[in-house]
Design a protein around this ligand. Structure first.
Ligand code: 5AD
Ligand code: SF4
Length: 442
């Protein structure tokens, strides 16, 4: 079209689901001036959405951005920006380290991207957008993009965090907790479902405290029910829950069944009360186990997942054993385990009793080994059973196979025709693997 050149946008996303949501938002903000392309080589604008939760995640960013530099040498007009949590954390310092960057922007800077890119094109770069304001609201923009809708999507219901767990950088890079108005959330979910999305995950650093700080009359459990009543929505999930704020009414809402999924991700971090206290988690092993017992009581087939940190400062062999015994007691379907990584600004990074790297690695191996057998045992419960699977697409690693998910978020691989993509079907589980199920059509 005359006067309207569409340019290519390539976004590389690291880290959590919140970042995936933010990357979608970047696409929306920049559309229609920029439209997504499949590779960085085709792009006029490359954005890297970064994660700084652990040091390893941060390193990946530097190596990837380094590769994009070569593209810029060939094509000087190419604009390269770094966004997300590392950008927020490092700000101007990033420009010193990576002087070829045109743009550095934090999570709140996403909504100023359009303007910033224009400035850069007019020669006023580089630009740094890392100012954070308290009470920042995610604007309720929703430009429908002409790209095909995925089966699954995320919707942020709150951003930021007020908990200050002593290991965690999130409150410093994403600011204080702000819940989004219910109507914005309902509208956003409604639009996504209308466009074909079937499985929605509500996102927040601590979804259980939804609306409390702002005095909203809707609790998280009520929000779940309202979203669940949207016609056409097949599956509704939420993450992350915090054990200190997890209330029984959420279990009751879950027990009402579809579209609310039979899955709870409840990060425990450690099984030792002494370590939980030092982490500032504000719950105990006992109160955590009490929640699990209630959930299992009302939802006998529930799938439970958690996050675990090993080698937190001061963690002794005894403390670590408490984590192992908690894993045995709960029997999670899946866990995400991490070696403690000291982060900027955080209290625990200053603790004098840091654990030796070798000990951390040994403990991580032990946790992974233990969970392998627990996970396999848990997933075996499905063998010979019929499960309902929402088919998401082709299995990228095996030709002729489709991949889908159960309500418990278990990945299911099976042979079937493309027409099933987007449908919910019943499958017979033949075999449990460590992280997935193998099934066949009945
Ligand atoms: N080191 C290791 N793991 C961490 N996590 C958060 N901060 C750190 C850190 N400094 C883990 C927690 C959290 C998950 C998203 O990442 O387990 O639940
Ligand atoms: Fe980090 Fe704790 Fe907030 Fe989660 S609840 S984002 S672990 S500070």
């Amino acid at each position: 079209m005359e006067g309207q050149i569409q340019r290519g946008l390539y976004i590389a996303t690291f880290g959590c689901q919140m970042n995936e949501y933010d990357s979608k938002r970047m696409e929306e903000v920049l559309y229609p001036s920029f439209t997504p392309v499949a590779s960085p080589e085709e792009a006029d604008l490359i954005l890297v959405n970064t994660c700084s939760i652990r040091e390893k995640a941060e390193h990946k960013v530097y190596s990837l951005v380094g590769r994009f530099r070569a593209l810029k040498e060939k094509r000087p007009g190419l604009i390269i920006g770094v966004g997300g949590c590392v950008a927020q954390q490092e700000g101007e310092r990033l420009l010193k380290r990576l002087p070829f960057l045109d743009l550095v922007f934090g999570p709140q800077g996403i909504y100023g991207l359009g303007h910033a890119v224009k400035e850069i094109e007019e020669g006023r770069g580089p630009i740094v957008l890392t100012e954070m304001v308290d009470g920042f609201e995610i604007p309720p923009i929703l430009r429908s993009m002409p790209t095909p809708s995925p089966i699954r999507a995320y919707v942020t219901i709150m951003q930021g965090c007020d908990n200050f767990c002593t290991y965690c950088v999130v409150p410093y890079v994403r600011g204080r907790e702000v819940s989004r108005p219910k109507d914005d959330i309902l509208k956003e979910v409604g639009t996504l479902v209308e466009s074909g999305v079937k499985d929605i995950t509500l996102l927040g650093q601590n979804v259980n405290s939804y609306g409390k700080k702002r005095g909203f009359s809707t609790s998280f459990a009520e929000l779940l029910r309202e979203v669940a009543s949207i016609t056409g929505l097949r599956r509704l999930r939420f993450t992350t829950s915090h054990p200190k704020d997890f209330t029984d009414d959420v279990i009751d809402a879950m027990a009402e069944g579809p579209p609310i999924c039979d899955h709870l991700h409840l990060p425990v971090q450690s099984g030792s009360n002494r370590i939980l206290k030092r982490m500032n988690r504000k719950y105990t092993r006992e109160s955590y186990l009490e929640i699990i017992e209630k959930v299992k009581g009302l939802l006998p087939d529930v799938s439970l997942t958690t996050d675990v940190i090993v080698g937190f400062p001061g963690e002794t062999d005894e403390d670590f054993k408490d984590t192992l015994s908690l894993l045995e007691e709960v029997e999670f379907d899946q866990i995400f385990s991490f070696k403690y990584s000291p982060r900027p600004f955080t209290k625990a990074a200053q603790y004098p009793d840091q654990v030796d790297e070798k000990v951390k690695s040994e403990r991580l191996t032990q946790v992974i080994e233990l969970q392998k057998s627990i996970g396999l045992r848990r997933l075996s419960r499905f063998e010979g059973r019929t499960v309902e699977v929402l088919v998401e697409g082709r299995n990228p690693s095996r030709e002729g196979e489709l991949v889908g998910r159960t309500t418990g978020n278990h990945v299911v691989n099976f042979e079937g025709p493309d027409e099933l993509i987007g449908q919910t079907i019943e499958l017979m589980v033949e075999r449990a693997c460590y992280h997935s199920l193998r099934a066949r059509m009945r």
